[in-house]
Structures are given as C-alpha cells and as structure tokens.
Design a protein around this ligand. Sequence first.
Ligand SMILES: C[S@@+](CC[C@H](N)C(=O)[O-])C[C@H]1O[C@@H](n2cnc3c(N)ncnc32)[C@H](O)[C@@H]1O
Length: 213
Amino acid sequence: MEFISEALSHYSEQHSEAESALLSELNRETHLKAMSPRMLSGHIQGRFLSLLSKLSKPKNILEIGTYTGYSALCLAEGLDVDGKLITIDPNDETNRMANKYFQRSAYAKQIELKSGDATKIIPTLSQTFDIVFIDADKRNYALYFDLIIDKVKKGGLIITDNVLWSGKVLLKENEMDPDTKAIHDFNMKVNSDKRVTNLLLPVRDGLMLIIKN
Ligand SMILES: C[S@@+](CC[C@H](N)C(=O)[O-])C[C@H]1O[C@@H](n2cnc3c(N)ncnc32)[C@H](O)[C@@H]1O
C-alpha cells in the first residue's frame, strides 16, 4: 500500500538531496539481484535517516537488519570522525552484497557487519549507542526494544521501520496475522513506556521515532 501518490513521491524525490552514485548503484543492484527489493529503505527514507544521523553526530550506531546495506550507508553519513556503526543480519547472501558496498564507501573502516541473529548478538555488545535502527524480523520488535533500551544513551534515538505495516495495523486484533499483531503490540508498548518519548511518523511504511528520556 502506498500512502501517498506516485506523483507526490516522485516530486519529493526531485526536491530532495539526490542519492549518491554509490547508493544509486546499490539500489539498482538490489532490485536486479536480491529477493524482496522493497525491503531496501530507498531514496527518501534513506535521506531522512542520513539527516537524522547528521543532526545527532553519533559515535555509535546499531542497526538490526542490514539487508543489502542501503540504510547502514545512509546512517553512516552522520557518524562522528571516529564513530562506528554495527549492523547485524544472518543472511550471508545479502551480507556479501552489503559488505561489497561498505568496502567501496567512505565508511569502510567505520562499518562492522556482524553475521548472525540479532537476538543472540545484541546481548554480547558492550557499547552504548546514540542511534539504533530496528528494521529486522517484525515478530521480535518488542524483544529488540527490550534488548537495546539499556544500551541507548540518554537522549539517544531509536528508529523503527514498518510500524504501519502497509496499513494492516488498522485491522481488528482478531483479524491480524502474527507480524501485524507483533507490530501493533510494539506500537502500544512504546507508546506507554515512560522511559521514552515517541512519534509515529507516517513516512513510507511508518517510522516510529523514539527518544530515550
Ligand atoms: C527490511 S530488511 C532491512 C532493510 C535495510 N535496513 C534497508 O533499509 O535497506 C530486514 C532484514 O532483517 C534481517 N533479519 C531477519 N531476522 C533477523 C535477525 N534475527 N537478526 C538480524 N537480522 C534479521 C533479514 O535477513 C533482512 O535482511
């Protein structure tokens, strides 16, 4: 489901910073070679992630769900000079493509791709993070929030993708499939958590922006 018309999407793209040549090539290669290319953040969401990262000038970013690396490269644009981005994904095939583009980027030394299940890897991380981007398997969204909340700095930002799930969050609860129910439960959980301030932004498939108080 598209929330705004194709014409308005196109207009927004035409009046926003263009994708870099590297991001444009990655976008194209993902659409040609990877399964489910719709999972890639894309031009407007990518520019939004970049802008948020540049505002926060993070030292440490954690991304859960790398796919082919598009959003990681966008988030890396705001990294402090000695900042680091860790991104986690168990898919070896898309990890190969992501790593290829990370190596070609200006952030080759700052991005670390950990191959594996984020529910197992996050508890092993000792860093605290300025930004966490949750964009992996939907049924674990609430678990990811619980695993990372104590690792986020005060004032840090948690961004979660697909929280409108193509509009399916509007279904009656007894009609929701497990992924939709998990996203709806996550949205309610975050909205009632006094440790954070949140905004559900209806951009693309819905982005939940969460600041740790
Ligand atoms: C929507 S895609 C990520 C898109 C990417 N962030 C972007 O914007 O270009 C979701 C990714 O989550 C990954 N994933 C699924 N289960 C996971 C898990 N348990 N831990 C980490 N990543 C997982 C999938 O392999 C897939 O690549």
